[in-house]
Design a protein around this ligand. Structure first.
Ligand code: AMP
Ligand code: MG
Length: 420
């Protein structure tokens, strides 16, 4: 549900370029503007993979629904566990899917995995521990009351919440929903995300690169990141650096999408038209965030669509997406908040630190002398150096003004964790 304050809160145009906003403050602002999704539909389990569950799933039954055998063997009614095991009269055979009659002390049922144990059973003995003689079964070894019996409700009890709202439905969730007999689940509508790229220098891979041009690498990163988030992507292509073209493209995408993400053109240059175009169509805040890589991140609204303007530099766009846009989109699509899984790790490098900006360094875990891994640093931490992202397996997150000496413990988070 969209709360009242969310829906009606105007987005003020802040003074652009006035100082740097602390990263945590920027993230908090961004998250405060992430409306929860409203539209819910029921989908069959086979179509629910990766969708976000909109309401809890409550079991109406016990799982297992009945006491059953965990082994192929014999269900026994043992009269006295203090005595050595005896032989039992086999009075019936129960396969999975069938049900049997009660057994009396000294009686047994031939039984198979998953078959309901008949009333009176207090032990299942695996067939490997038995010998058959005519209509009797002899048991070798000690018996323990209740062994190899799976009890009704030991996995799920009736009225248990088996799945909580706000999770992304993964294979194990679908298995559990199916095991309690649920055929359909309520999920939020998939977010439609419009992407567009600004810059007259951009050329698509596969095309010849003219003088002064570069390939549009952000497009491929962004599509792939959004595929992991699990939303529908509408690509509005590359927009030329002009106010008219930018305004037109944003106007069109706002009508078709829940969220628009642009790359580039939100900085302070004369060719940066995005903020002016968004301001004309709706409202915008541009936050110059005290982070490195990164800095310019824009947020606003055009009609009913949220607008997010990523920086153009590929590493800035990538890292900003992971640490700020990903949490926003998670909340916007109805997922419960989750903290990145930070670990303390040993730095294998020195770093002078940046007095003002929070830094996210591209690093990789290398085997150390002890069991603990040591973090190596990619030598070129420039915000356009994509090869460092490929080499790295994670980021070191440093508060402004943090100096690092080799051997210090630093906060590390893996790229794969940030992409979840
Ligand atoms: P801008 O924010 O538009 O000034 O762009 C900053 C830097 O990022 C410039 O060097 C751009 O050429 C580069 N850049 C912008 N968009 C992309 C893109 N889609 N792929 C790769 N580099 C880009
Ligand atoms: Mg540009």
């Amino acid at each position: 549900m969209v709360s009242k304050s969310d829906a009606s809160e105007p987005i003020r145009t802040s003074e652009i370029g006035s100082g740097l906003l602390a990263f945590d403050a920027a993230l908090a602002k961004l998250l405060s503007r992430a409306r929860r999704p409203v539209k819910v539909s029921q989908v069959p389990l086979l179509q629910a993979q990766d969708r976000v569950l909109a309401a809890p799933v409550i079991s109406s039954m016990n799982v297992p629904a009945f006491d059953n055998s965990a082994m192929d063997g014999y269900a026994l009614n043992v009269a006295d566990f203090a005595k050595p095991p005896e032989s039992f009269v086999v009075i019936q055979r129960i396969a999975a899917g069938q049900s049997g009659q009660a057994i009396e002390p000294g009686e047994a049922a031939r039984i198979f995995t998953g078959a309901p144990v008949p009333d009176g059973t207090n032990v299942v003995v695996p067939q490997e521990q038995t010998q058959v003689q005519g209509n009797r079964v002899l048991v070798n070894g000690q018996l323990r009351a209740g062994q190899h019996i799976r009890r009704a409700g030991e996995d799920v009890a009736a009225d248990d919440v088996v799945l909580h709202a706000g999770i992304r439905l993964e294979p194990q969730h679908l298995a559990l929903a199916a095991s309690v007999g649920v055929a359909q689940v309520p999920v939020y509508a998939r977010l439609r995300i419009g992407v567009l790229f600004t810059g007259d220098e951009l050329v698509e891979p596969g095309q010849a690169l003219g003088a002064g041009k570069i390939y549009n690498s952000n497009r491929y990163a962004l599509h792939s990141l959004l595929a992991r988030v699990g939303c529908d992507v509408l690509d509005f292509g590359v927009v030329t650096d002009s106010l008219m073209a930018t305004t037109e493209a944003l106007h069109k995408s706002a009508r078709a999408c829940d969220v628009i993400i642009t790359c580039g053109g939100v900085s302070v240059g004369e060719e940066d038209w995005v903020k002016q175009a968004v301001t004309n169509l709706g409202s915008i805040d541009v936050w110059r965030i005290a982070m490195k890589p990164g800095k310019p991140l824009a947020f606003g609204r055009i009609g009913n669509a949220d607008f997010i303007g990523l920086p153009g530099n590929p590493v800035s766009a990538f890292v900003t997406f992971l640490v700020a846009v990903m949490p926003f989109l998670r909340q916007r699509m109805g997922l419960v908040a989750r903290m990145p899984r930070y670990q303390l790790a040993v730095a294998g490098f020195d770093w002078a630190g940046d007095a003002k900006r929070r830094e996210f360094l591209r690093v990789r875990q290398e085997p150390g002398e002890s069991a603990q891994a040591v973090l190596a640093l990619w030598p070129n931490q420039g915000s356009a150096v994509v090869s460092g992202l490929v080499w790295a397996d994670g980021l070191v997150d440093l508060e402004p003004g943090t100096r690092v000496k080799a051997g210090d413990l630093v906060r590390y988070v893996s790229l794969s964790d940030l992409m979840r």
